[in-house]
Design a binder for this molecule. Structure first.
Ligand code: NAP
Length: 235
């Protein structure tokens, strides 16, 4: 039996990934910062739920203790993420970016990934086939955002893409440190969720595809890579 934790899984891509992995036979924990939202989401799809705020050490430690006591963890999906937008859903420009905005975004998207991974490493190390999926973004790609021909080139904000570039580097470094684990970063594609005011062009079913696929990697699968649904992406 494979046990999987997905952070930020009470809605959006995390919830759809949870639904699909339950259907594939995983025991799935929906990590949610709001325990009640997590409980309701889990109930809909036959998952379990655990209170988990990726910005809060005590919450993450308690979740690791609970899941450890229940029997351990095989797959960790670091999915919780935020993008700071204005009231009218516009994206802050480079000129508007403040250190406070950076800190807020990095606290969830970057430090959250490290906080959760660090707390769950002892459980993953006890698994026969440990897997980590870090939900990155196409906007993480230095190649994409610096090349005028790329569809991502238009994107002006500083905090969100740099946080996801950091997630990619974190993925590479953990993958080198833990060669017995499959640790990859994924780009779901531009998906209609609350994160972008539902302006995304894909459905959550389409967006979750690469998350679900990489969560089910066997020990012979790739590690230390950055993938979308069509294959490896340029860093
Ligand atoms: P979403 O619908 O807004 O879901 C984000 C989830 O993260 C929610 O469950 C939210 O919980 C949770 N979350 C936020 N801060 C948290 C915290 N401190 N602790 C625990 N959970 C927290 O957005 P989404 O589009 O599904 O995003 C999922 C991931 O995909 C993110 O990492 C995002 O960057 C990435 N991504 C999205 C797209 C896209 O086009 N949608 C593209 C590329 C990458 P609450 O309900 O409590 O707020």
């Amino acid at each position: 039996m494979t046990t999987t934790l997905i952070t930020g899984a009470n809605k959006g891509l995390g919830f759809e990934s949870a639904r699909r992995l339950v259907a594939a036979g995983h025991t799935v924990y929906i990590g949610a910062r709001d325990a009640e939202r997590g409980r309701r989401a889990a109930e809909q799809i036959g998952a379990r739920s655990v209170q988990l705020d990726v910005t809060d050490d005590a919450s993450v430690q308690a979740a690791a203790k609970t899941i450890g006591a229940d029997g351990g963890l095989d797959v960790l999906v670091n999915n919780a993420g935020i993008e700071v937008r204005a009231e009218d859903n516009s994206i802050p420009t480079a000129g508007d970016t403040t250190a406070d905005e950076m800190r807020t975004v990095f606290d969830t998207n970057v430090f959250g990934v490290v906080r959760v991974t660090h707390a769950f490493l002892p459980l993953l190390q006890r698994s026969a086939a440990p897997v980590v999926v870090n939900v990155s973004s196409g906007l993480a790609s230095l190649t994409g955002l610096s090349s005028p021909d790329s569809p991502a080139h238009f994107y002006q904000a500083v905090a969100y893409p740099s946080s996801k570039t950091a997630v990619n580097m974190i993925t590479v470094q953990y993958a080198k440190a833990f060669p017995d684990m499959r640790i990859n970063a994924v780009e779901p594609g531009f998906t209609a969720t609350d994160l972008n005011g539902r302006t995304g062009t894909q459905t959550v079913e389409e967006g979750a595809e690469i998350i679900v696929r990489m969560a089910q990697l066997g020990p012979d699968g790739p590690t230390g890579g950055y993938f979308d649904v069509n294959g490896p992406l340029p860093w």
